[in-house]
Design a protein around this ligand. Structure first.
Ligand code: PEP
Ligand code: MG
Length: 589
């Protein structure tokens, strides 16, 4: 990040309000400049592959810079124009450059690995620039380093640990925070974060909400707008960041923070009251868990089970694949801590935005990762991975009730094949003397692709339960990438097409007596509760922080009224109108 930053003058920067809450603190600007360069030479045979890796890293860096440029152009400010010019200059340095040519030469002639080669070339070029008399040209040394470091980061993957250096209580400012970064996020150390990139529906945002960390994403101007140590205020609900606040700001936001904390405490009193509608219909409120650290919050907020345990956490920030025993230990711990409450473990859903370093080779770089080898497709391709997961889950199921959930299913033959593997693994475990339950835990499918939602009756042939993933269902129905800040504003789960798909799945499931839940982000939005209850849904799974607001909402509503309200919503064709109607229902309740 650049050091031409704030000057103590009050500024307000806006972005997407990704996770609510107000925090006042000091900025910690994420400096990913420290890269451990592995200096091991490569063999003659590896030269071609290493050059290819270099060019892939260059392409990825250019792509990142273009995204930053485009994001900054949507913010109307002088700083964003300047940022756009800078990004162009950086892209130029990577397209016709001494940097790339020089690195390639070193790979070929000296057999350096790509990262080592880039590091040496940056040092040479930057030294030449910094020795120049002209102060403008001398400053270009910083730019070369910046571009080179970005390239090295792309070559290495997400392995740096710069975040760990933040002083306790600081607010993280970064160009981007990945889901893997979130897995290392320590809420005791970092109290909020602001990024230039990212959408409010991506996994970084989901994790922030579930950890209860206020966050503003997609705030392009933040890149050059703040300096480490600056005092800042983050209002995660409104998507606002105030840099160098005045005394009046501090007073105002201290009060807002107190209100936010008081509202949280008030909700806490609902923890042990039944989760039922006014007319006595019991509703199961389960928690979605991305990281084991969230388990405490799920229990504190009264979750009656885990409706979605995203098993990706076991694969993130590791450069190896965890084996059956390692996965078993992690899962068994969670099942035990839930103390008899059901745990729905989803098998690996790596791919798309969710990456695991150890699987990068498998995933390849298909033209469109969201439509590529991910979820069950990857598991069925790499069956040894699937088998290890099933075995770990089956062994963990001895410690409490478990369900097994398969992501990204589109056709019944995927479930049939998954079930065959599941049963074969169970037989193997029994043969080896592992005590697994007599009746195997239920095997169900995520319904998150429009094809699955439309043909859910065909999936019913081989599914013990369904979990509707509204995040991907919305993304794939509307063709809106949930993580792309440029189209984030168009991500619209209230689009009639999305609602019709959800209603269809619930209807078919109820007719056939197949348990069904909603576990996408929609489930955690109290405004949508009447709609789901009106559709006949009785199980919602959400980030732990949303459990109590949703419970508060559902305790005020009547299921028959909700049915009528849902029917009226389904007659609408405009999602803005639907949103207004839902607000009205909530006001009337
Ligand atoms: C979903 O797609 O709605 C879902 C719950 O899964 P994920 O967000 O992990 O893709
Ligand atoms: Mg999904």
């Amino acid at each position: 990040m650049s050091d031409e930053n704030s000057s103590g003058v009050r500024r307000v920067i806006t972005g997407l309000g990704a996770s609510g809450g107000v925090v006042i603190g000091r900025a910690f600007v994420l400096d990913r400049q420290i890269i451990q360069v592995n200096r091991k030479p490569i063999s003659d045979d590896a030269v071609k592959a290493e050059c290819k890796r270099l060019h892939e890293g260059v392409a990825e860096s250019i792509d990142q810079l273009k995204r930053l440029k485009s994001q900054s152009s949507s913010a109307e400010s002088a700083a964003s124009e300047e940022l756009g010019f800078l990004m162009d200059a950086y892209i130029h340095m990577l397209t016709q450059s001494r940097l790339v040519r020089g690195a390639e030469e070193l790979i070929v002639s000296k057999k350096l690995n790509a990262v080592h080669a880039v590091s040496d070339v940056i040092d040479t070029i930057a030294d030449q620039f910094s020795g120049m008399e002209d102060s403008y040209l001398a400053a270009r040394a910083t730019d070369i380093r910046e571009v080179g470091l970005r390239l090295m980061r792309c070559l290495i993957g997400e392995t740096d640990r710069a975040m760990d250096k933040a002083p306790k209580g600081s607010i993280l400012i970064a160009e981007d925070v990945s889901p893997a970064d979130m897995a290392r996020f320590n809420p005791g150390q970092l109290t909020a974060f602001v990024t230039a990139l990212g959408g409010a529906e991506g996994h970084t945002a989901i994790m922030a909400r579930s950890l209860g960390i206020p966050a503003v994403l997609g705030a392009a101007d933040i890149i050059r707008g703040v300096r480490g140590g600056d005092q800042i205020i983050v209002d995660g609900g409104r998507g606002e960041v105030i840099i160098s606040p005045t005394g009046a700001d501090i007073k105002h936001y201290t009060q807002r923070r107190a209100d936010w904390l008081a509202a949280r405490d008030k909700l806490a009193s609902l923890r042990d009251v039944p989760s039922a509608t006014r007319d006595g219909i019991d509703i199961d409120l389960h928690a979605n868990i991305e990281l084991p650290i969230e388990l405490a919050a799920a229990l504190e907020n009264g979750a009656s089970g885990i409706g979605l345990l995203r098993s990706e956490f076991m694969f993130m920030n590791k450069d190896y694949l965890p084996d059956e025993d390692e996965q078993y230990e992690e899962l068994a711990d969670i099942v035990k801590r839930m103390d008899g409450k059901p745990v729905t473990v989803r098998t690996l859903d790596i791919g798309g935005e969710k990456l695991a370093v150890a699987l990068q080779g498998e995933l390849g770089s298909g033209p469109n990762p969201a439509l590529g080898l991910r979820g069950v497709r990857l598991s069925l391709r790499k069956t040894e991975l699937f088998e290890a997961q099933f075995a770990a889950i089956l062994r963990a199921s001895l410690h409490g009730p478990v369900r097994v959930l398969i992501p990204m299913v589109v056709a019944v033959h995927e479930m049939t094949r998954a079930r065959q593997i599941y049963e074969t693994v169970a037989k193997r475990l029994r043969r080896e003397g592992y005590p697994i339950p007599e009746t195997l835990p239920p095997l169900g499918a995520m319904i998150e692709i429009p094809a699955a939602a439309l043909a859910v009756d065909t999936l019913a042939r081989d599914c013990d339960f369904f979990a509707i993933g509204t995040n991907d269902l919305t993304q794939y129905t509307l063709a809106i990438d949930r993580t792309d800040d440029q189209v984030a504003g168009m991500f619209d789960p209230l689009h009639p097409a999305v609602l019709r798909l959800i209603r269809n799945v619930i209807k078919v499931a109820c007719e056939r007596d197949i348990p069904v839940s909603v576990c996408g982000e929609m489930a955690g939005d109290p405004r949508y509760v009447p709609l789901f209850i009106g559709f006949g849904l009785r199980n919602l799974s959400m980030s732990p922080v949303n459990l109590l607001p949703v419970k508060q909402r559902l305790r005020r509503l009547d299921s028959r009224n909700s049915e009528q309200q849902a029917a009226r919503v389904m007659e609408q064709w405009d999602s803005a109108r639907i949103a207004m109607m839902l607000d009205d229902f909530n006001d009337l309740a």
